[in-house]
Design a protein around this ligand. Sequence first.
Ligand code: FPP
Length: 224
Amino acid sequence: MNTPRHLAIIMDGNGRWAQSRGMARVKGHERGAETVRTITTFCANHPHIERLTLYAFSTENWKRPKLEVEFLMKLLERWLKNELEVYLAHDVRFEAIGDLSRFSPQLQRTIREVEEATSPCKGLVQSLALNYGSRDEVVRALRRMVERHDPIDEAHLLQALDVAMEVDLLIRTGGDQRLSNFMLLQAAYAELFFTPTLWPDFSTDELQSILTSFETVERRFGGI
Ligand code: FPP
């Protein structure tokens, strides 16, 4: 029976969720943030999931209208501050991945504070991908390897990435079937699940049914 240690999710469909209800797209992000909490808490109580990596803001998302980007930044700041209590209550260690240098000094400070405050937590690791793109991650990893005079091999490359752990199961909500520059190296042998459910509607029941299907998949890792 397969049990995922590392679950990664592309949270798509917030804008459509809101628009289909006659609301502004940003309202979908607000509801999406609630789903982040529900799914994180579920994973924190799951016996096998050790890491949950969530795609919250990609290196390409800066192309969105300025107001939406500003809203997302404010939402993130507010959300992280509120979420600290929830992380601590569920023993979740928060970690931001991606190139944080483009965020405001205030947001970077909040991110560091929540990382530090949750650093003693020993349960689930929630890695939130912020200004993240796999190609950018590889470039940053290669720079680090050159600086450290690391040998150029697969093991050292994986170690130099923002997330050194292979993804076992990758889910994308919102109906599109693509990876959008997310966890490209870590997901080399991941099982992929695509669901039409929009992220704000994604439930623990649906996640549980995906986990149940994953249990019976035969993972061969290139063997026979
Ligand atoms: C995709 O929906 C979602 C995003 C680009 C951002 C993800 C953000 C959240 C889940 C909420 C904020 C998160 C935290 C942790 C506070 P979309 O806007 O691309 O939806 P669409 O495909 O329907 O347009």
